[in-house]
Design a protein around this ligand. Sequence first.
Ligand code: PA5
Length: 552
Amino acid sequence: MSVINDYKVGMTVYGKISGIKPYGAFVSFEDGVNGLIHISEISNGFVRNISNYVQIGDYCMLKVIDVDTQTKQLRLSFKALEQNTRKYQKRVKFEGMPDNVKGFGSISDKLDDWIKDFNKNEKKNGENMLKLDLNYAKLDKDIFSYQEKVNEAHKWLHEKSGKGSDYVGWVEWPNNYDKEEFDRILSLSEKLKGKYDVLLVCGIGGSYLGARAALEMIRGLYPEKGPEVIFVGNTFSNTYISQVLKHIEGKDVVLNVISKSGTTTETALAFRIFKQYIEKRYGKEEARERIIATTDKNKGTLKALADKEGYEEFVVPDDIGGRYSVFTAVGLLPLALAGVDIKELMEGSKLAYNDLATSKLEDNAAYRYAVARRILNDQGYKSEMFVSYHLQLTMVGEWWKQLFGESEGKDGNGLLPTSVCYSTDLHSLGQFVQDGNKCLYETLFLIDNMPEDIIFPNDDENLDGMNYLSGKNVSWVNKMAQEGTLSAHSEEGGVPNIIINLKDNSAKAFGYMIYFFFKACGMTCYLLDINPFNQPGVEVYKKKMFKLLGKE
Ligand code: PA5
């Protein structure tokens, strides 16, 4: 018997909002049944915008008001849960309502078409990987008034005609990445499988942040499978380097050194130390098998060294800068060595490429995000705070900060990218966001389906007074913290919030999200007439430091 028969009119059910249209909100249930809350069933009051009441991903308590066993669809109501409801008496007119819809009676006739239409649109959007919600962004300008400027900047990106156009190789990369090198990455990771407990990844900035963000987001902070991955070459901290050396004692290691220029000091310093350690421990011959270099195809100190030592080498393409290089060997090799499915990751980047290849703002969420950033900048906000709700997403924030900070922070311009992880940081920076200087807005980076949920246990004595949460999922508690904080910061605090919802923490979703931010970053910089692909400012400290270090 079909599961739809389990549903009866009058039942109270708990479903997830899976789509929002001008005429209603779609709801899905874990058993595969779908339903619609028509706009007139949201509230007894006038509802102009459904998104002011529910958001995609919300879990809601609803009343079943009709069951269509033929189409296996439910008609659902919020307001029927309210007391003294005057059901069916109100007829509302709303934007986008088909002319032939006169009242509630005709909804069941239309429901089927609407659901088909909804599914069609959802499929077009990269399997529904990422959603952007600007309902809380408090924009004082219409996003679409930027369409012309966006068209122009889109051409600069796609036709390589804007500032820094020698470095837009990443735009087409999901289509034309080097398949031969990709296969070499897969065979090497297969060949080395089981030969190491620790993978040392030696690199800094764009040569490390992407891989680390991916690993933590996809595997979590304490993964059950795969090697331990330790990032070195990203600091001059003597204590850190010494502790890593002690920590790897007695463990089998493989080292991937990554540097496009091949001359970055933090990386070169650590590489010499760990290279000598590996050679001493395994001998020069075996060290050759345990060290892999990712660097420029033709030039640089690391390239020359790798050639001389006979290391296996992978390439950072000429036309892709460090912070745009996650989909090259820079990100793919350490990820493959750590057991991440890099085919899936590239699939995600391709999905994003397809979704975001248009200049039409209406269809391009990355460009809408870019425009929203510009509008908020003009409204006087000088900082964007990237907010996640899972500790394993902290490094995504670090990667995002580098991408936007190095790309946009030029010519006295740019939003200061900052990041926090809530609810942890609600106990530190939460006070500032709620009540402090109104210099910032928040960008919520939410993932709908994080794995490994926990049901909060009951305690008969209830000494901690926590029994009000007994039987609830910890993910639900986190979600309520999210909703409460959004309302506190946005309504009482007046802080604009951009919401980015990613489907899950898979390699595919990661690939999608990275390409989304690349595209948004390129666009947002071009809208400010800034070259997104250079970083002249970082040379200044280097010159001063080299002088002090006595470098020629
Ligand atoms: O985004 C960038 O270009 C920088 O952050 C670089 O990736 C970083 O400085 C490391 O450079 P390299 O790969 O040359 O060692």
